[in-house]
Ligand binder design. Structure first.
Ligand code: PLP
Length: 381
């Protein structure tokens, strides 16, 4: 979709892109300044594989103050974004017959990462009626003797669903019966919740702390996607193994980015509140607008910066050009080709028929894009 959107834009079309998974805000200026200073002070050499100590200390302190989680800096590793941290964890731990339970809809990269690491993704469909969240009975049914990980992502990309403390406790009760299953808690959207409390497994269920890897980073909350800084905190043995993988692949993320991330994490993070309240207004704008889009229906997401409307009501309809919309991918292509709005089909997140709309765009673009989506739906017969 992104490639097609770029092609259309090059050909002169006024394409509005709501497919990106990154904030449109600028990286806060104090953070940029810390990066510039790192260059000026010559912090441009190799760093320890696990990341510079100042950064691991800042991560340790934020996990402690935000969640009461107690990690030593040996239990923390920094990678090129949360993405590399998740990959390192899977690559370091999966044996060929190992399975990874992935609740769907899920972030596009999880199943492929599991496969790249030689494991088998076990997708568990979590429908809209259950808030797109994994239920304890479904988790229990999915676990086998070969299950190594349960992947949790809250707030979720693509659905924006947020697990409550009680919901995590329900899953923890199952996990207690299966000590061989580890938890990968991808908390990258932690700071972006709207009117609900964020909860994370290692804090909610302290007895699972020893088998939980908590993943997070500065990409989404601090508008730093391009700086490539993510981290993992977990058991020493796992972190060591992840560092071995990283040491033989990327070595570490950029020294400059690491210094900037220290500034992001330790500077009071005032910008995070500002971003979150702007996102909340945009979410409500999009939800309000989409009510007028015939054939779309959307539950209210509690976090991240995505809405994930069902497009079941447009499947089977005919476009003005005479094509029948058979899938969410057809609908997304119609929106792009005919109305110049780029969204992502739900099939990419293992859930159909849905589309993911990112509201990490300006209010003007969101308003124009929603008007186009409304017009696109109205033009179907
Ligand atoms: N996890 C989830 C659920 C994401 O949506 C993303 C990015 O889209 C990442 C991890 C990767 O984050 P990073 O940019 O820090 O690698």
């Amino acid at each position: 979709m992104t490639a097609r959107a770029a092609e259309l834009r090059e050909a002169g079309a006024d394409v509005i892109t709501l497919s990106a998974g990154e904030p449109d805000f600028e990286t806060p200026s104090a953070v940029c300044e810390a990066g510039v200073q790192a260059i000026r002070r010559g912090r441009t050499k190799y760093t320890p594989v696990a990341g510079i100590k100042e950064l691991r200390k800042a991560i340790r302190d934020s996990l402690s103050s935000d969640h009461g989680l107690d990690y030593s800096i040996d239990q923390i590793t920094v990678g090129c974004g949360a993405k590399q941290v998740v990959f390192n964890a899977l690559f370091a731990s999966l044996d060929p017959s190992d399975e990874v339970v992935i609740p769907t809809p899920c972030w596009v990269s999880y199943p492929d990462m599991v496969k790249l690491a030689g494991g088998t993704p076990l997708l568990v469909a979590c429908g809209e009626l259950q808030g797109f969240k994994l239920r304890p009975d479904a988790l229990e049914a999915a676990i086998t003797s070969r299950t190594k990980w349960l992947m949790l992502n809250s707030p979720s990309n693509p659905t924006g669903a947020v697990y409550s403390r009680d919901e995590l406790l329900g899953l923890a009760a199952v996990l207690r019966r299966y000590p061989h299953v580890h938890v990968l808690s991808d908390d990258i959207y932690e700071k972006l919740t709207y009117g609900c409390e964020f909860a994370t497994m290692a804090a909610v269920a302290p007895d699972l702390y020893e088998r939980t890897l908590t993943v997070n980073g500065v990409s989404k909350a601090d508008a730093m996607t391009g700086w490539r800084v993510g981290y993992g905190a977990g058991p020493v043995a796992l972190i060591k193994a992840m560092n071995i993988i990283q040491g033989q692949t990327s070595s570490h993320t950029s020294s400059i980015s690491q210094h900037a991330a220290v500034a992001a994490l330790s500077g009071g993070r005032q910008h995070v509140q500002e971003f979150a309240s702007a996102f909340l207004k945009r979410r409500d704008l999009v939800l309000q607008k989409l009510k007028q889009a015939e054939g779309l229906s959307c539950r209210v997401p509690d976090g991240a910066f995505y809405v994930f409307p069902s497009c079941a009501g447009v499947v089977g309809k005919r476009t003005p050009g005479g094509r029948v919309i058979e899938t969410d991918a057809d609908f997304a292509m119609y929106l792009l080709d005919t109305f110049s709005v780029a969204v992502v089909p739900g099939s990419g997140f293992m859930a159909s028929p849905y589309i993911r709309i990112s509201y990490a765009s300006s209010t003007e673009d969101l308003t124009r894009a929603c008007d186009r989506i409304i017009a696109a739906c109205a033009a179907l017969s």
